[in-house]
Design a protein around this ligand. Structure first.
Ligand code: MTE
Ligand code: HPA
Ligand code: MOS
Length: 783
């Protein structure tokens, strides 16, 4: 393996941290040499499986006729829920996430049967030929109906501080608002795919595109009614996961395993894109309402917020997702009195799941809406209102009583404000808008404060296996998975730094449940924090052994020993790392170790709704400038300036790539990605033609991304910070800037309501409402 750097190497080996090594898969990806599951060679005997999906959203199965499908050439078998040897349940936390529908149908495109055939084509064609008769009932598709009927997948949970309602009533000003927040399709480039191969010991080997190999192992075992050691899962890389493969890769692996179990052959399952769209969960849409009380300056005294997550038919991860929405409904702002409630609404749609930010974005947008709304109400600049309400470090607690001990956002805002000329640009935009009748510009600066750790305490652990072969080359396995974010590259850098050797000596490849067991999903942005620490722990264990050995062997003092630049130096001389390892091997020193890490200090008491769910926070600032066209509603993001906090960056190029990608994905969520269901509850936007993710042309013409210079005060791996999800929420600045452009129609006196995604159609509607408001205002003034 070769590790390239994007800029000149800095200093000797062992200074791998902070250097921009190229992603370990990048060269292979552009050369077409990076293997994905579907690229694997099939055996002559390999079979293919395809699910039969329901064509109704709610009802009962009356009859199934598989004859026309079985008559299709190459079809081997068709399995139903009755054939599942173990449990027909693939729930990650609770119960109710069903593998194959038994009698009841709860969402459109719910898997009912599995067709197994000699070719992918036959399986897919046959799946469509199964005839199913249903008794249809009226589905609950509207979130407001679910709220009114108290249709929950899990009970509500709320955060409290003081008397929110009283503080709002006692305030000089009160406003309220609501917001419908759209969902989002993951649109990973590689869709859901798994291969199950029976092993000679009567076990099952699974290759899958999953963020959570251990959970796939456990669920395959449960479905087959076998112990966990019956199943081994391997995952080399995903073509993107974004949360969509945290829990929802497992059902497909389980289906492949059932087919392999019965046929004794290797079975592959790969969903066509349209079916992947229809039958896998997405980001939760939300419906949020708020009331806020504040003084003449815009200082908030109390909020009453209600967030309602559109969970779909089952719990999946929705409990934790709505919790994270609650934990981020404050974003960066202090609410002296607060009541923040979260409902988990049950609807007859596919079960929504993790997606970058994990409910955080849907909660955070409420805070940014409130701050903008206060500013327009008082006729003040939104940035001033934001600055006024920021947390004060050392003083403030969040609504869940976590102390804010590091708070750098004030400083970060000031840096962006100055370096990106906020005030002069805002003035120029106001001048421009006065004279431009059709094109209006908008500007907005929004911060992000995102809590890092799984909010489920036990998931905050990781393991690693570090092996040094007798020639000095190193092989690392860890519990995390590579989905494009660069985790394996960062782990290699951490090990290179720990052992003071060149990156070229280190190989990090597939994640395997038989190498590192009982792992957590690679999620919550914690991949490097957790697995990096575990790998560092393993490296330090071996290093200790080597130091002890060197002390004895060379008869030197421990304090004189140093690992530097591929060598071990002691006060009597030096030896190359490779020679040291050979010597250690001959002297029978163990050269492999497992490492472990568990995040300290974190807990959450659900009864009291308080605790320290997060080890620390990651921060960021985005300043977005947009142009909207009042005749068409079209919008263009013309310039974006981002300052983001990754602590001590392990790899600046990877971190900046994550920030750029996350921002664009967040912008897409809020502007163009429009999920639509028809009245039957079938997803209508189920292909790239009807669902628009950002393309290269949507990148802002001027896109400046900078890393904020500060280390993580928490004891993380080399004082770095997690980066995967937090910058997603910087996209909120684009939405807020569009509102700013629309508000210009009313001389910034009216806060336009703008549901998301703010498509051209939505913007045009909001523009018309603002124009009508302005006309009424003028009539009032004249009359
Ligand atoms: N980056 C790429 N290229 N592809 C992905 O699928 N997933 C995101 C983020 N960045 C993702 C990505 C999500 S949802 C998470 S939680 C983190 O990466 C997970 O990886 P990490 O914990 O190693 O940052
Ligand atoms: N984030 C992401 N994934 C998760 C979490 C979380 O907080 N909890 C459980 N799975
Ligand atoms: Mo990321 S949504 O935590 O997989």
């Amino acid at each position: 393996m070769r590790h390239f750097e994007t800029d000149k190497p800095k200093g000797p080996a062992g200074n791998a941290i902070g250097r921009s090594f190229v992603h370990e898969s990048a060269i292979k990806q552009v050369a077409g040499k990076a293997f994905y599951i579907d690229d694997k060679a099939e055996d002559v005997n390999s079979l293919h499986a395809y699910p039969v999906l329901s064509t109704i959203s709610c009802g009962k199965i009356l009859s199934i006729d598989t004859k026309p499908a079985l008559a299709e050439a190459g079809v081997i078998a068709i399995y139903s829920a009755k054939d599942i040897p173990g449990k027909n349940d693939v729930s990650p936390v609770f119960t109710g996430d069903i593998l194959l529908a038994e009698e009841v149908i709860e969402f459109h495109s719910q898997p009912i049967l599995l067709v197994v055939a000699e070719s992918y084509q036959s399986a897919r064609i046959a799946a469509r030929k199964v005839k199913i008769e249903y008794e249809t009932s009226t589905p609950v598709l509207d979130i407001k109906e679910a709220i009114a009927k108290e249709h929950w997948v899990r009970p509500p949970h709320a955060l409290h501080r003081g008397d929110a309602q009283q503080s709002i009533i006692d305030s000089a000003h009160q406003i309220s608002g609501e917001l419908t927040v759209g969902g989002q399709e993951h649109f990973y480039l590689e869709g859901q795919v798994s291969i199950a191969s029976p092993t000679e010991d009567g076990g099952m080997f699974i290759e899958t595109s999953s963020q959570h190999p251990s959970e796939v192992q456990h669920l395959v075992a449960k479905v087959l009614n076998q112990p966990f050691n019956y199943v081994t899962v391997e995952m080399r890389r995903m073509g993107g996961g974004f949360g969509g493969k945290e829990t929802q890769a497992a059902p497909w692996a389980c289906l492949a395993a059932i087919a392999a179990y019965y046929t004794g052959k290797k079975v592959k399952i790969r969903l066509a894109r349209g079916d992947d769209f229809r039958s896998t969960g997405k980001r939760h849409p939300f419906y949020n309402t708020y009331q806020v009380g504040f003084d003449d300056d815009g200082l908030i005294s109390g909020v009453d917020i209600n967030v309602n997550g559109f969970c779909g038919y089952s719990a999946d991860l929705s409990d934790a997702i709505v919790d994270r929405a609650l934990f981020h409904a404050d974003n960066a702002y202090y609410y002296p009195n607060a009541h923040i409630n979260g409902n988990r609404c049950k609807t007859n749609t596919v079960s929504n799941t993790a997606f970058r930010g994990f409910g955080g974005p849907q909660g955070m947008i409420v805070a940014e809406q409130i701050l903008d709304d206060i500013a327009y109400y008082l006729g003040k600049d939104p940035l001033d209102i934001r600055k006024l309400n920021l947390y004060k470090p050392g003083r403030d607690l969040t609504p869940y009583k976590q102390k804010i001990d590091q708070f750098i956002l004030k400083d970060m805002i000031e840096q962006v404000e100055q370096e990106s000329d906020y005030w002069s640009r805002m003035q120029a935009i106001k001048d421009f808008n006065k004279t431009s009748p059709i094109i209006k510009k908008g500007l907005s600066l929004t911060p992000v404060k995102f809590g890092i750790s799984f909010t489920v305490q036990h998931l905050n652990q990781a393991g690693a296996l570090l092996v040094i072969y007798s020639d000095g080359s190193v092989h690392v396995n860890h519990g995390g998975t590579e989905m494009g974010q660069g985790l394996n590259t960062k782990i290699a850098q951490i090990v290179a730094q720990a052992l003071s050797i060149d990156m070229k000596h280190i190989l990090v490849n597939a994640t395997r449940t038989d190498k590192v067991p009982n792992t957590s999903p690679t999620a919550a942005s914690s991949g490097t924090d957790l697995n990096g620490m575990a790998a560092l722990n393993a490296a330090n264990i071996i290093k200790e052994r080597l130091i002890e050995f060197a002390c004895e062997h060379f008869e030197v003092n421990k304090d004189t020993i140093q690992f530097v630049d591929n060598q071990l130096i002691h006060d009597k001389g030096k030896i190359s790392f490779a020679e040291l390892i050979q010597l250690a091997y001959i002297n029978r020193i163990s050269l492999s170790a497992t490492g472990f890490y568990a995040t300290p200090e974190i807990y959450y008491d659900r009864e009291k709704a308080e605790g320290r769910p997060f080890f620390y926070y990651s921060h960021g600032i985005a300043l977005s400038e947009v142009e909207i066209d009042l005749l068409t509603g079209e919008n263009t993001l013309t310039r974006v300036d981002i300052l983001h906090d990754v602590g001590n960056s392990i790899n600046p190029a990877l971190d900046i790539g994550q920030i750029e990608g996350a921002f664009i994905q967040g912008m897409g969520w809020l502007t163009t990605e429009d999920l639509r269901w028809n009245e039957k509850g079938e997803l209508a936007s189920n292909a790239p033609a009807t669902y628009k993710i950002p393309a290269i042309g949507d990148t802002p013409a001027e896109f400046n991304v900078k890393l904020y210079d500060s280390q993580n005060p928490a004891t993380t791996v080399f004082k770095s910070k997690a980066v995967g999800e937090p910058p997603f929420m910087l996209g909120i600045s684009a939405w807020s800037a569009i509102r700013n452009a629309i508000a210009s129609i009313t001389d910034y006196k009216y806060a336009p309501s703008l549901n998301t995604p703010a498509t051209a159609e939505c913007i045009l509607n909001a523009v018309q409402v603002a124009q009508q408001w302005q006309q009424k205002q003028q009539q009032k003034n004249q009359g």
